[in-house]
Design a protein around this ligand. Structure first.
Ligand SMILES: NC(=O)c1ccc[n+]([C@@H]2O[C@H](COP(=O)([O-])OP(=O)(O)OC[C@H]3O[C@@H](n4cnc5c(N)ncnc54)[C@H](OP(=O)(O)O)[C@@H]3O)[C@@H](O)[C@H]2O)c1
Length: 336
């Protein structure tokens, strides 16, 4: 007899841009969002109405305490990720926490320790990891399609022109390019190259002391060099290029969205190409993976384990130490 488990009941904390993208994509995962919470109950009601969500909560704790929610998606600005995730965990809920999972590695450690202690699932919402083109990249590297990997160049750069009140410009909301976009770079570096050490970094600053752009160099096992260019005020290639001693691998046009992959040999001849795209935005693949992991009783997902979120944040912490990026009230700052 085949027994199917009932779909998990999702709740969302926050009603901003990424909460909207998540709610729009979620039906493709076969488990609709059951509740949404806002700091302002009227916003929760409007969001629930717009997205066909049954329950609207006036306050985050109220949603977390509901018996009708199994897993909570934390879609608030980065400085609140740990505290909001802890509200959900302490109420017995599994959590999917937007990126970066914490402002620094110490914050992530605290969160993961608590999830482990409570025996609940917790994952950084690095949804890109669950996209099929990155599975293809991992498979190509595993079968040495470009030989030994020597280097990787990552570009995450867009001209965002945020409104003056945007979280991207506000230091109190963890503003700046590095934490918002740079975490994609450190995460894929750790995913494909393993832990690394930051050798150099440089930022260009906005007037209010958040970074408009940051570039850095990290060195990974086997002296593989990784350069990352992260910018919120200039449009770049938005590609990942991996250099091997027998060829190259290019991911684009925007590698941290559903993308193509082209594998070439040392003479620039195309060997392989991946160009299929998931339905919707592709965020639902992450929801599906989270549901599957929770239903199998896992506390971490093997594709986005706690150790890799920590290694990614350690890289960011060390870039910040070099460029001197600090946030008031952030404590402790976990450079190591
Ligand atoms: N995975 C992705 O593709 C992706 C894309 C964009 C952003 N993100 C991440 O998701 C998080 C949210 O980003 P976003 O672009 O959705 O931000 P946003 O549009 O500014 O929305 C953030 C939401 O958080 C809630 N919030 C709670 N405390 C807040 C405070 N003190 N100030 C402002 N808002 C507060 C607000 O909802 P209520 O007031 O209604 O509660 C607000 O609507 C960030 O950490 C970001 O890195 C991920």
């Amino acid at each position: 007899m085949i027994r199917t488990m009932p779909p998990l009941r999702w709740g969302i904390l926050g009603t901003g841009a990424v909460a909207t993208a998540f709610a729009e994509d979620q039906p493709l995962a076969g488990a609709a969002v059951r509740g949404v919470a806002s700091r302002d109950g009227r916003r929760a009601l409007a969001f629930a109405r717009d997205h066909g969500i049954a329950m609207a909560f006036d306050g985050y704790a109220e949603l977390c305490e509901s018996d009708d929610i199994d897993v909570v998606y934390i879609a608030t600005p980065h400085p609140f990720h740990v505290s909001h995730a802890l509200i959900a965990l302490e109420a017995g809920k599994h959590v999917l926490v937007e990126k970066p999972v914490a402002m620094n590695a110490s914050g992530a450690e605290l969160l993961f320790d608590r999830a482990a202690h409570l025996g609940l699932f917790c994952m950084e919402a690095m949804w890109v990891r669950f996209l099929p083109h990155l599975a293809f990249v991992r498979a190509m590297l595993k079968e040495h399609a470009i030989g030994n990997v020597r280097g990787m160049a990552i570009d995450v750069s867009r001209s965002l022109a945020p409104s003056p009140e945007s979280r991207l410009l506000d230091p109190a909301l963890g503003g700046g390019a590095l934490l918002d976009m740079g975490v994609y770079a450190t995460s894929i570096a750790v995913d494909l190259l393993g832990p690394g050490a930051v050798a150099a970094a440089k930022a260009r600053w906005r007037e209010n002391s958040v970074d408009a752009a940051t570039s850095f160099l990290s060195v990974h096992s086997g002296e593989v060099m990784c350069t990352a260019s992260v910018s919120a005020d200039g449009v770049g290639s938005n590609q990942v290029v991996i250099a091997g001693d027998r060829g190259s691998l290019v991911v684009g046009p925007r590698w941290n969205m559903p993308s193509d992959v082209v594998v070439r040999d040392a003479e620039d001849r195309e060997l392989r190409r991946f160009d299929s795209r998931p339905a919707g935005r592709g965020m639902w693949l992450q929801s599906l993976a989270v549901q599957d992991a929770i239903q199998r009783g896992l506390k971490q997902h093997p594709l986005m384990p706690w150790s890799q979120s920590l290694q990614s944040l350690i890289l960011l912490d060390n870039v910040r130490r070099i460029i001197g990026l600090t946030y008031e009230g952030e404590s402790p700052f976990g450079c190591r």
